[in-house]
Ligand binder design. Structure first.
Ligand code: PLP
Length: 408
């Protein structure tokens, strides 16, 4: 008789976005004539920019000649891409990250999940609450989260660090001992960021307590305020305590093309049970070489073109388009009397739902009365109750239409 990984049975059934999709289908069936505006799932809508399309076409053509055809590439990513990342995302910002500390992958979702392979399930994990749900669920899957407490909406072995209006969405350092902390900055879903002094507190704390920071900066390109750090490695000493995850998904519209990368600095050490030091870069390299066969050549040439002069200019225009949507949403909601957060350094607007409603009740109200779909805050963690997320990834036309409806 074969067995399953029973940790999967601890996962909570209804994943946020499937519940939303179900509710939406039911509504559409009853109201086929209504036009619905989707501001829920964080997927992009702008097409891939011409510089990237050109690079992909060129790479496709290389595949037809014997002399330029490519088969398996290096599992860590092609040197041409790792060098560009090192230069443009780090060295040009005075951060010393070398190509062999960069691992190219098919997405940050996979990377933040797969990193647990080399960390194991005996670490005490802290997450901010609310946050991107993948951090929690992947810890449940490996058995690090413990039992689910339905009353609290929390797993007993996870340390939840609430981020709410009351603390300005800045997490406090954990009161109990933890080994790993996930920081998502700019934050999905609240859209908030930490400045250098605030981030330094986390780096110093991690150094003092020998803990690891898993830093997800999928929305780094959306930062508009000058003083906000784009990388955790802008903080002195962070290379000893942090792994950074970055993705081309929201930066360059690669949600369908799939390309991301993870930085594992050579200085970063972990410990065995017997207190022996281990280099995480070596372990991750071993993991990637064994379980991954690299991102396609065509995709990596596409990612490389993100760093060309034309590519940079064109993706910046797309990001500016989304951030103008964010401004329209913030202004529209404020005019309609809502309190909003985020939307300045992130494509997400986090709003307080009206007194007396839960975030799912507000979801139903918005769908029924305005035909607008958003994401209930509680889906991102118990402290998200009473909040709601709208994304700026829609078309300009729909964004304006949605805000007109909110003010009708
Ligand atoms: N990290 C965060 C915080 C996200 O919001 C998302 C996608 O929504 C991802 C990672 C996933 O990125 P990718 O498309 O590279 O898997």
């Amino acid at each position: 008789m074969f067995k399953i990984n029973e940790n999967y049975l601890e996962l909570q059934d209804s994943y946020l976005f499937s519940t939303i999709a179900k509710k939406l289908d039911e509504y559409k069936e009853k109201n086929p004539e209504k036009e619905i505006i989707k501001m829920g799932i964080g997927d992009v809508t702008r097409p891939i920019v011409p510089a990237i399309i050109d690079a992909m076409h060129k790479a496709v053509d290389e595949m037809k000649n014997e002399s330029t055809f490519r088969g398996y590439g290096p599992e860590q990513g092609y040197e041409f891409l790792r060098e560009k990342i090192s230069k443009y995302d780090y060295k040009n910002r005075n951060i010393d990250i070398s190509p062999d500390e960069i691992f190219v992958s098919d997405g940050s979702k996979c990377d933040v999940a797969n990193i647990l392979d080399i960390l194991g399930n005996e670490n005490k994990v802290a997450i901010t609450d609310p946050v991107y749900p993948v951090y929690l669920d992947t810890n449940v899957m490996i058995g690090a989260a413990g039992k689910y407490n339905a009353k609290k909406g929390m797993y007993e072995n996870i340390v939840y660090l609430p981020i709410k209006a009351e603390n300005n969405f800045i997490p406090e350092l954990p009161k109990e001992k933890v080994d790993i902390i996930y920081l998502c900055l700019p934050n999905n879903p609240t859209g908030t960021v930490l400045n250098k002094a605030e981030l330094k507190k986390w780096v110093d704390y991690a150094k003092e307590n020998k803990l690891l920071i898993l830093f997800d900066s999928a929305y780094e390109r959306y930062i508009t305020e000058k003083e906000i750090p784009h990388s955790i490695y802008e903080i002195e000493g962070a290379k000893e305590v942090a792994i950074e995850f970055r993705s081309f998904s929201k930066t360059a519209g690669f949600t369908g093309i799939r390309c991301a990368y993870t930085v594992v600095p050579k200085e970063l050490k972990a410990w065995t049970k017997e207190n022996a030091e281990v280099e995480l870069n070596k372990l991750w390299n071993r993991r990637m070489s064994t379980k991954f066969n690299g991102v396609s050549y065509i995709t990596q040439r596409a990612a490389e073109s993100v760093y060309s002069e034309e590519g940079r200019k064109q993706i910046e225009e797309n990001i500016a388009y989304y951030m103008e949507n964010a401004r329209i949403i913030r202004d529209g909601l404020n005019k309609a009397g809502y309190v909003t957060y985020g939307g300045i350094n992130a494509p997400y607007i986090w709003l307080k739902v009206p007194e007396g409603l839960t975030s799912w009740e507000f979801f139903d109200k918005l769908l029924n009365e305005k035909q607008i779909v958003g994401t209930p805050g509680v889906g991102f963690g118990p402290s998200g109750e009473g909040y709601f997320r709208l994304t700026a990834f829609g078309t300009r036309e729909n964004t304006i239409k949605a805000m007109d409806r909110m003010n009708e």
